[in-house]
Design a protein around this ligand. Structure first.
Ligand code: BTN
Length: 241
């Protein structure tokens, strides 16, 4: 198996993504940096990723010329891990925030350095307490299900699921990855506001495109595909659809 066949393990590190960037020249396709604790874990949009004991923090180094669907693949791999092995159904908020009971329990930070992909995954597995500013927003698998899962077992299951999906990507079976994403997503029919570097886009989610873009129906009836951005689901009901 390629994914995880080379492992760099730390009990504590600043950030697995940062370390992965430093060892690219030494790494092989599928090498993993894994840590029990991160002292400077990073999220998307330069946010901090709370990374105490009890969570799973890893970065997978991927040598592929098909980077577009990697964020989608990562979210699906997390959901497949918990559904196939522990009967826990997680939901994906585009592109790859992982939710359970309306709280965020996992996230993915994909970065590209010199054409090499660093796929960073954080899962709030057995974390028992969150800082005040995350209360009501973040949670853990343990807090939501009362199941305390073995971290190394979940890690091994995750490697296997990533491996399956990465093989599908390499064999151009991308439709399978997208279809699984559709099965897990909580986005369809939701009204969203997506902040992109150029503009804020407001619309209703109708699908995901072959390149991982979110497909929106806009208030004026046009269809827009959004590749990247900070996505907020709007809870209050709008009347324009
Ligand atoms: C997000 O939802 O904002 C993405 C969170 C990604 C966190 C993971 S934990 C392992 C890897 N190392 C980091 O510093 N970040 C990612």
């Amino acid at each position: 198996m390629g994914i995880g066949s080379k492992l760099y393990y730390f009990d504590e590190i600043s950030s697995t993504n940062e370390y992965a960037k430093k060892i690219i020249s030494d790494a092989t396709d599928g090498a993993i940096v894994l840590a029990d604790v991160q002292t400077a874990g990073r999220g998307r949009f330069d946010r901090t990723w709370y990374s105490p004991e009890g969570g799973i923090y890893l970065s997978v180094i991927l040598f592929t010329d098909k980077p577009l669907l990697i964020p989608i693949l990562a979210g699906v791999a997390i959901c497949e891990t918990f559904y196939n092995n522990y009967d826990i159904l997680l939901g994906i908020k585009w592109p790859n925030d992982i939710f359970l009971n309306d709280r965020k329990v996992g996230g993915v930070l994909v970065e590209i350095v010199d054409g090499v992909i660093i796929m960073g995954i954080g899962i709030n597995l057995n974390i028992v307490k969150f800082p005040e500013e995350l209360e009501g927003l973040a949670s853990s698998i343990f807090l939501e299900t009362k199941k305390r899962l073995d971290k190394m077992m979940v890690y091994n299951d995750l490697c296997r699921e990533i491996d399956n999906l990465y093989n599908a990507l390499k064999e151009n079976r991308t439709g399978e990855i997208l279809q699984k994403w559709r099965n897990y997503t909580i986005m369809f029919g939701k009204t969203v506001e997506i902040e992109t570097p150029l503009k804020t886009i407001y619309g209703r989610v109708i699908d995901i495109a072959g390149n991982g873009a979110l497909v929106l129906a806009l208030p004026d009836g046009r269809i827009e595909k959004v590749m990247a951005g900070d996505c907020r689901i709007i809870k209050e009901r709008k009347t324009w659809f």
